[in-house]
Design a protein around this ligand. Structure first.
Ligand code: ATP
Ligand code: MG
Length: 294
């Protein structure tokens, strides 16, 4: 089973998205491999401060971080294995199964990003691997000092450009919304229901936001779809388009709000309102969402 623990209001972080993805996939696979008999894998994110202590219990410098942890209830590691896991090519997996590069890469990535990696493991009980990444304000300050001359280039990034997954069952409505987004430079992929939206993700499409109708035919409605999507793309920004919302939906909407940047758009949705909500949730995200393959 996979569980995510992501409190609302987390600060943004700055790190290379593709590398972070690769690292999280490896940690998740390691956890899965350690739980041959099953168990729960937890992906957690939290904001933490490391004070300037005399003898810190780990090698993380004082500062403020976003800590991403992957915990399993698997076999754990002996002290001998634990001492060597970050060595390149160290693996206990059978030939052809592991290259032993996963944790070495994770370690390198965390340090290059200005943070670090810690591991807690108890034989027979499980393992937690944490990646500590500096909170954005610190990282931005460092980057701006290092690359003053390229700062103006950053302004040249075209507006829009973001990839949007659009789920709406009514073909005419979907075509109108897609055309509006396309006119404003968004890259849109269209789905007629939740199942096809998930199939598009399985196909490798990585949206920066989800725009979805609430009521759609099929087993999953728009809020169910959002929950499923965020299991794969943590805290993905989302806009929910809805005609009416009953009491039953209110609690689910609160949950959607806690799960990441979220905006509601009442039907009939005007183009301006859609663009406004979308821009707002993307802005709130600060970073693009973190992808986690299951
Ligand atoms: N969650 C875990 N529980 C128990 N042992 C682990 C865990 N994560 C890593 N290990 C141990 O650390 C070793 C090194 O892990 P690492 O991710 O670097 O390489 P790998 O998984 O063996 O191969 P690769 O990731 O390159 O496919 C593993 O072979 C395993 O012995
Ligand atoms: Mg691995």
């Amino acid at each position: 089973m996979l569980r995510t623990v992501v409190p609302p209001g987390l600060p943004p972080l700055q790190a290379d998205k593709a590398q972070l993805e690769a690292v999280l996939v490896n940690l998740t696979n390691n956890g899965r491999d350690a739980m041959a008999a099953g168990g729960t894998l937890i992906l957690a994110a939290e904001a933490v401060t490391v004070p300037g202590a005399e003898n810190p219990p780990h090698n993380i410098q004082p500062g403020t971080y976003l800590r991403l942890s992957v915990s399993d209830e698997g076999e754990g590691m002996s002290p001998e294995v634990l001492a060597r896991v970050s060595e390149p090519f160290f693996t206990t997996k059978p030939r052809g199964k592991g290259t032993g590069l996963g944790l070495a890469m994770a370690h390198g990535f965390a340090e290059q990003s200005g943070g670090g990696l810690t591991i807690r493991s108890v034989l027979g009980e499980g393992t937690t691997v944490s990646i500590w990444l500096p909170r954005l304000p610190d990282a931005v300050a460092v980057q701006e000092r290092e690359s003053d001359d390229t700062a103006s280039d950053r302004g040249a990034v075209p507006e829009g450009g973001n990839a949007i997954l659009l789920a709406e069952d009514k073909a005419e409505v979907r075509a109108v919304l897609a055309a509006q987004l396309d006119d404003h430079g968004y890259q849109v992929r269209e789905a007629e229901d939740a199942a096809s939206a998930l199939a598009i993700l399985e196909g490798g499409f990585r949206p920066d936001a989800l725009v979805t109708d609430l009521s759609m035919p099929g087993a999953l409605d728009g809020l169910d779809l959002l929950r499923e999507v965020r299991l794969r793309l943590l805290r993905l920004p989302a806009v929910l388009v809805t005609g009416h919302a009953g009491d039953a939906e209110v609690e689910r909407m609160r949950e959607a709000e806690r799960g990441g940047p979220f905006a509601l758009l009442r039907k009939p949705a005007s183009p301006e309102a859609l663009l406004d909500r979308l821009a707002r949730v993307l802005r709130q995200a600060g970073i693009h969402a973190i992808a986690v393959n299951q």
